[in-house]
Design a protein around this ligand. Structure first.
Ligand SMILES: [Zn+2]
Length: 229
């Protein structure tokens, strides 16, 4: 039985564009998917004021998550100023204990965006806290089975994928869900639509699937313990 995927991103678009197809595939296979965004990405539009854009981003995330059969959750730290510290680590720890994911997807650390770097670090620590029974919170401890890092155009320094996931069955649905975001259509400058739909084609070519998502597993999780090969 496929587990729950918890996709933890700095900004809502990162969650849906870089982790959304994997979450949708998990749901299609009988698992669950949750998108947790650490901010609303409210400062990302050149013309729409942050308060208004944040609400647009929230609505887009909820609409897209619903289309994929997933849940959307938000921690509304300020876009561009996602802090490092125990307050946010414990906030994410509580979300992990609430949704009990088997798999966590998040940003790779090799990013030029400080919110993405911080999200990567926060998630590692939150997974550690969530698993420790001695850390008493409202909910009991939960151990995440695996963590994977998503392929994101802003996080490509030293990104080396080792896992390819076939997302052909949900490719079209995922594209339709992403279209809920103004930024998907290029309104904020970068051509997200063209980039991520082509990326799934390219990763599909390399993996022998029609469409695929490439993920990077955590170096600590690559160890295998075998009695024979
Ligand atoms: Zn971002």
């Amino acid at each position: 039985m496929p587990s729950t995927i918890l996709a933890i991103a700095a900004h809502p678009g990162d969650g849906l564009f870089t982790m959304g197809a994997a979450a949708a595939q998990q749901i299609r296979s009988g698992g669950r998917g949750v998108f947790l965004s650490l901010s609303l990405g409210e400062r990302g539009h050149p013309k729409i004021p942050p308060r208004e854009y944040g609400e647009l981003q929230r609505m887009a995330t909820e609409k897209a998550a619903k289309q994929l059969g997933a849940k959307a959750a938000f921690l509304t730290y300020p876009d561009g100023e996602i802090p490092l510290g125990d307050e946010i680590r414990f906030a994410v720890c509580d979300q992990i204990r609430e949704y009990k994911p088997g798999v966590v997807l998040t940003h790779w650390r090799g990013s030029w965006h400080k919110d993405h770097q911080n999200c990567h670090a926060i998630v590692q620590d939150a997974i550690f806290y969530a698993a420790l029974p001695a850390i008493a919170r409202k909910l009991p401890a939960h151990s995440v089975g695996r963590i994977y890092f998503a392929e994101n155009w802003e996080d490509m320094t030293d990104f080396q994928p080792d896992t390819y996931l076939d997302v052909s069955a949900i490719y079209q649905t995922w594209l339709e869900a992403c279209a809920a975001f103004p930024m998907w259509r290029g309104e904020t400058g970068f051509r997200y639509n063209d980039y991520y739909r082509s990326l799934a084609v390219m990763r599909g070519c390399l993996s022998g699937f029609s469409f695929a998502v490439a993920l990077m597993s955590s170096p600590e999780q690559r160890e295998q313990r075998l009695k024979s090969l």
